[in-house]
Design a protein around this ligand. Structure first.
Ligand SMILES: C[S@@+](CC[C@H](N)C(=O)[O-])C[C@H]1O[C@@H](n2cnc3c(N)ncnc32)[C@H](O)[C@@H]1O
Length: 161
């Protein structure tokens, strides 16, 4: 099983499309916890994801309960990326099958989701900065998790391709 990026009720099609392309290129599943704030078969998503959408590894979950049931049954950890955590993602030891969860662009995740995660980590920012763009934060997170688990190395045993 490989790394997953999970998006909690994403609002902006362009961000999700960008991440579907990332997932297709780096062998990462993109899990969407619905409802999304846009049409998942719409033009904006296709514009951002381009032809990569054909090979994207999209997993759709009807709601949070369905997502959580699937994740728990597979024994994978839920690692929440949030501006409200103290632990830097650089100090966290990722596993190859972790599920990295990101909040919606407008409001992050609700408190109960924050509390139910196995771990909460942050990408340190300059003082006064509010947050990074969703797709960019997920790309930074995936880069670090793949680097730590040697999954970006085509010659390694843990390599994703
Ligand atoms: C645009 S931000 C959400 C901002 C929202 N107003 C809030 O208060 O959470 C969308 C998502 O990107 C991720 N994110 C953005 N900046 C981050 C950071 N510095 N560290 C960790 N996650 C970050 C989080 O998952 C966040 O929920």
């Amino acid at each position: 099983m490989t790394l997953s990026i999970a998006l909690y009720q994403p609002d902006i099609a362009g961000n999700t499309g960008t991440l579907l392309r990332l997932g297709a290129c780096l062998s990462i599943d993109i899990e969407i916890i619905e409802p999304a704030g846009f049409d998942l078969s719409g033009r904006a998503l296709k514009r951002a994801g381009m032809d990569y959408l054909e090979t994207a590894r999209l997993v759709r979950h009807l709601d949070l309960a369905t997502f959580e049931a699937t994740r728990r049954s597979s024994g994978r950890r839920l690692v929440l990326f949030t501006t409200k955590a103290r632990t830097s993602y650089l100090d966290f030891a990722f596993r190859p099958d972790d599920v990295l969860l990101f909040g919606r662009e407008s409001a992050g995740v609700p408190d109960h989701v924050h509390e139910s995660a196995d771990a909460r980590v942050t990408i340190p920012m300059a003082p006064g900065a509010r947050s990074l763009n969703l797709a960019l934060s997920a790309a930074m997170a995936a880069g670090e998790a793949l680097r730590q688990t040697d999954a970006l190395n085509p010659r390694s045993a843990g390599g994703a391709w």
